[in-house]
Design a protein around this ligand. Structure first.
Ligand code: F6R
Length: 248
C-alpha cells in the first residue's frame, strides 16, 4: 500500500485536509456533490481542525458535501459526551457550512429490532448517491477499521458489532473505566469501505507502529482488517515518523 511519512501529525494532517479540500473544490467546479466517509477518534482531529481553518480563512465551502460517519456506539444518545454525533459537531460540523441534513451517522438510539434495517438503509443511501468518493480511516491497535474488529470478513456489511477487548480498553479513558464502555457499536462494513473510490488511513505515534507494520507489510488477514486495504486500488496510509518506525 502506498505510504506517506510526514515529520509529525500536524504536517500530515494538513496534507490530508488539502486532499479533501481539492476534491471538494473539484466537484464544486463541476457542479457535483461529493460523498465523504468520515472517522472519529483522536487521529482525525487535526485534519478537521485544518478543514475548519480552510473554511474560515480560505473560503472552502462544504455546501456540496454529503458525509457518512463510520460508526457510533450502541446504545448511545447523540448528545452524550462520548457520542460520535457530538464529536463530529464539536470537531467539524458546527464550524463549517455543511447542511445539517447532509451529514449522517449511525443511530445509537434505535431499538435493537430496527438496527438491521437501519444498516441496510445506510448502505443504500450511500449507493444511491453514487458511492463514497473518499473514505478517511483511523486504525485501532488491534487493526480495526471503523469498528470492524479482528475476524471481520472482507465483504462484511454495515452491522452491529461486538467490540473487542482492546477497543474497549482504549475507550476506557473516555468513559471513566472499561466497565462503562458500551459492548457494541454500529459500524459501516468492510465492503462499503473497500467500495470507496479513495481511502486514506491516518495513524500517529509509536503505539500504532506495530499494527501499521502488520497492516502494510504483513499478510492480508481477517485478524488485521486494515490489511484488506492491500487489495484496494487507490488506498494510502499517511503516518508520522514515530508510527513509521517499524516499517522496512
Ligand atoms: C472511529 C473509528 C476507529 C478509530 C480507531 C483509532 O470512527 O472508526 O476505527 O479510527 O479506533 O482511534 P484513535 O484515532 O482514537 O486512535
Amino acid at each position: 500500500v502506498p505510504t506517506s511519512v510526514f515529520r509529525n501529525a500536524d504536517e500530515a494532517s494538513r496534507a490530508v485536509a488539502l486532499e479533501i479540500a481539492h476534491l471538494i473544490r473539484y466537484k464544486q467546479a463541476a457542479g457535483q456533490h461529493v460523498v465523504l466517509g468520515l472517522a472519529t477518534g483522536s487521529s482525525p482531529k487535526k485534519v478537521y481542525g485544518e478543514l475548519i481553518r480552510l473554511h474560515r480563512e480560505e473560503g472552502l465551502s462544504f455546501r456540496n458535501v454529503i458525509s457518512f460517519n463510520l460508526d457510533e456506539y450502541y446504545p448511545m444518545k447523540p448528545d452524550a459526551i462520548q457520542s460520535y454525533h457530538r464529536f463530529m459537531r464539536e470537531q467539524l460540523f458546527d464550524h463549517i457550512d455543511i447542511q445539517p441534513e447532509n451529514y449522517h451517522l449511525p443511530d445509537g438510539t434505535l431499538p435493537l429490532e430496527d438496527v438491521r434495517a437501519f444498516c441496510e438503509q445506510y448502505e443504500q443511501k450511500i449507493e444511491a448517491l453514487g458511492g463514497l468518493d473518499f473514505q478517511l480511516l483511523g486504525i485501532g491497535r488491534n487493526g480495526h477499521i471503523g469498528f470492524n474488529e479482528p475476524g471481520s470478513h472482507i465483504s462484511s456489511r454495515t452491522r452491529l458489532m461486538t467490540l473487542d477487548a482492546v477497543t474497549r480498553q482504549d475507550a476506557g479513558g473516555d468513559f471513566g473505566g472499561i466497565a462503562k464502555v458500551p459492548r457494541r457499536a454500529i459500524t459501516l462494513g468492510v465492503r462499503a469501505i473497500m467500495n470507496a473510490r479513495r481511502v486514506v488511513l491516518i495513524a500517529w505515534g509509536e503505539h500504532k507502529a506495530d499494527i501499521v507494520k502488520s497492516a502494510i507489510e504483513g499478510p492480508m488477514t481477517e485478524l488485521v482488517p486494515a490489511s484488506y486495504l492491500q487489495t484496494h486500488q487507490n488506498a494510502k496510509f499517511v503516518v508520522d515518523e514515530a508510527c513509521a518506525s517499524e516499517l522496512t
